[in-house]
Ligand binder design. Sequence first.
Ligand code: CMP
Length: 137
Amino acid sequence: MEQTLSIIKPDAVAKNVIGKIVDRFETNGLKIAAMKRVQLSAADAGAFYAVHAQRPFFGELVEFMTSGPVVVMVLEGENALSKNRELMGATNPKEAEAGTIRADFAESIDANAVHGSDSLENAKIEINFFFCGREIA
Ligand code: CMP
């Protein structure tokens, strides 16, 4: 049984499609093991995306991720990590396959509706960033 971190980003929260996105996960066999809505500070977003600190888009990424509330979740299930990435579609919504979350709800590579962990090692780090043990059940 795997766990992975999912974030519904400020663009999708502003569009009021939290429920529609959560439904994709549940319909496809993933369990929501933890979930909360949070407003990230610049320090929070910078720390979460520290691996991208040297990338040219880092400033915009932090600005965007703090532009409104996000919903963070722990998704649990068999092959949860790859299943989530499949359901999200490509990072750039213009390249995302039809029927994926990003193809259906995202506008641009910055405002791309959702984030998902890219490896099991990072999933552990990202889950611990947002949740303590008793919040995951
Ligand atoms: P995410 O999966 O949250 O991880 C980092 C984010 O940076 C990514 O989704 C995109 O929203 C954003 N981003 C902006 N520009 C780029 C880029 N050129 N390559 C990758 N990610 C980018």
